[in-house]
Design a protein around this ligand. Structure first.
Ligand SMILES: [Zn+2]
Length: 555
């Protein structure tokens, strides 16, 4: 018997598909639209028990995990507004006992058994959610592997629209000192519609290279919502040389989306940028029969017939056909040695210079060796709200994806009073400097453990968070169900927040996307006592600047 549909009173339209490319991860489930509303009943998809609940400001926000022992699976329901009463009061008591605003609790099977179709909570917009919806997942019983829930037949959206193929790129490759080096990207417009496409012009290729395809999917009657794809297959002269299929993935592999896509081109793209080649480190189980791993080899003057088929998870497919012609040998890509560049990555432990910057690159930081250039400019950028303490420098290439953290050490002259407020600002791809962590380690060195590299400077953030109550001093809150504050921070971000009413610790909920923090009168003041109450709130930013708010209200 199929699983029960997990949410009531909705049209069943989706807003995100399984394994869509997200920053540094694959989307691990399907997002179901709730027509802009919160509070739609969520039901257990199958018999089992609630095995885990989370209540966190980011991620899935309020989330429920239900284990189904007979199926050997687990279903996950994210971004909820509320749990059912029994779970809700358990979580509340647990938060008070542990004085913890964020919790992640595991349950034994006897604690909250559920029947198929039983209401377990209500949909919402909590955590990292940009509008009300249900995030729904099917995992293995251990919760370590997530399945393509549509391919598994658990959900079946109405869809007869084939994926749209938008643009093709070709990249020639070669090696230099054992490091793979890529030529500048050559791009081609794709013509056609429906499910048959061709290339505008001739595609010339070098000795060795690969293709990258920009595409996206749409679903019937679902407006402009964009989706990911399920499969991309490529053949050369009718022989399959590449076949990517997304039936599921282990969470430990989720970051490998940076190899499945073309990392540099995927950043900020409003579509899927699929690399039609399996590079070193890419998860083997996602690629089938890829003899040659997608590498295109065409000799001078020869030509071949290329066919690329893209399929969505409902089985609709589109095809792109074109001829590739081998370039003259003299026209092929030959990498030029950059005498300042050094090799970083697998096996090389340290990249260091005498320029006041160094990076300690662990053996597993990169998927493959890469070139980098250590640079320190004389430029000291102006960054609003912080004191800039070093020149701009860069060590590693931000367009190369990283598996694990590296440690960067930066020299900076830091005045005594700013030492504890020190951190590192890294420029993002929009040119804006944002907080990346880091600390002053003594001896004129600032350390940063990071997977975000690029242009960086040492800064000090001395400005404490801003806290503004959304009620007037002494206000009568007898009819309110929440005590709400607007909270923001100029740079290092809100790190922790606590609230005391009448000197007793009480729960606090934080929604970073909305910049709102609230207490929901969930215990002592649930009924109100018709008297004045003192309020004390403490908010700390990422480098330890503290704001204390004190006030009074009536309830
Ligand atoms: Zn989601």
């Amino acid at each position: 018997m199929a699983y029960q549909y997990p949410i009531k009173d909705v049209k069943g339209l989706h807003s995100a598909s399984f394994a869509e490319m997200r920053p540094d991860h694959f989307h691990s489930g399907v997002d179901i639209k709730t027509e802009g509303k919160i509070g739609k009943p969520i039901v257990a998809a199958e018999d089992g028990y609630i095995s885990r609940v989370c209540h966190t400001p980011s991620g899935y926000g309020l989330a429920l995990y239900v284990t189904h022992p007979k199926r050997g699976t687990m279903t996950v329901y994210g971004h909820l507004s509320r749990f059912i009463d029994g779970v809700e009061s358990y979580v509340r008591d647990y938060r008070y006992q542990n004085r913890a605003n964020s919790v992640d609790i595991n349950f034994t099977p006897d604690k909250f058994p559920v029947k198929r179709g039983e209401i377990i909570g209500y949909s919402g917009n909590t955590g990292n959610s940009f509008g009300p919806h249900l995030h729904y997942e099917l995992r293995n019983a251990e919760g370590t592997h997530t399945y393509n829930i549509v391919r598994k037949g658990v959900l079946r959206p109405k869809d007869d629209i084939s994926p749209r193929l938008l643009r093709l790129h070709y990249i020639e490759v070669d090696t230099l000192d054992g490091v793979a080096v890529e030529a500048p990207v050559k791009s081609f417009n794709i013509l056609g519609k429906g499910n048959s496409y061709k290339i505008d012009g001739t595609v010339s290729v070098g000795r060795v290279g690969y293709f990258v395809l920009e595409c996206r999917d749409h679903q019937t009657g679902n407006g402009s919502s964009r989706f990911g794809i399920y499969r991309a297959k490529m053949s050369v002269d009718d022989r399959t040389i590449f076949d990517y299929r997304m039936d599921g993935f282990a969470f430990s592999d989720s970051r490998l989306c940076n190899l499945v896509s073309h990392y540099a081109m995927q950043q900020g793209a409003k579509c899927e940028v699929i690399r039609l080649a399996q590079v070193a480190g890419a998860p083997e189980r996602l690629y089938h029969k890829s003899a040659g791993r997608g590498a295109i080899r065409v000799a001078e003057g020869e030509q071949c017939k290329i066919e690329i088929v893209v399929e969505d998870d409902c089985g609709n497919s589109s095809v792109l056909r074109f001829t590739a012609k081998g370039k003259a040998d003299s026209q092929c890509f030959t990498p030029i040695r950059d005498c300042v560049a050094v090799v970083a990555g697998v096996g090389s432990r340290v990249v260091a210079t005498d320029r006041g910057v160094s990076a300690f690159v662990g053996k597993t930081a990169y998927y493959a060796p890469t070139f980098c250039r250590v640079q320190r400019t004389e430029n000291r950028p102006d960054i609003e709200g912080v004191v800039v303490l070093s020149d701009e420098c860069s060590v590693l290439d931000p367009t190369v994806p990283m598996q694990r953290h590296v440690t960067v050490a930066l020299d900076a002259k830091v005045p005594l009073e700013l030492m504890t407020k020190c951190c590192v600002a890294v420029k993002n791809r929009r040119g804006k400097y944002t907080h990346a962590g880091g600390y002053y380690a003594g001896g004129g060195k600032v350390y940063l453990r990071t997977r975000r590299v690029g242009d960086m400077v040492v800064v000090a953030d001395t400005i404490a968070p801003t806290v503004r109550p959304n009620w007037r001093e002494g206000a009568n809150l007898t009819r309110s169900n929440r005590l709400t504050f607007s909270v923001s921070d100029n740079f290092a971000g809100v790190d922790s927040y606590s609230l005391w009413i009448d000197n007793e610790w009480v729960t606090l909920n934080y929604n970073p996307l909305q910049g709102v923090v609230y207490h929901s009168f969930d215990r002592a003041l649930a009924a109100g006592r018709n008297t004045n109450h003192s309020v004390r709130m403490r908010v700390v930013d990422g480098v330890g600047n503290i704001t204390i708010f004190e006030g009074e209200f009536y309830r």
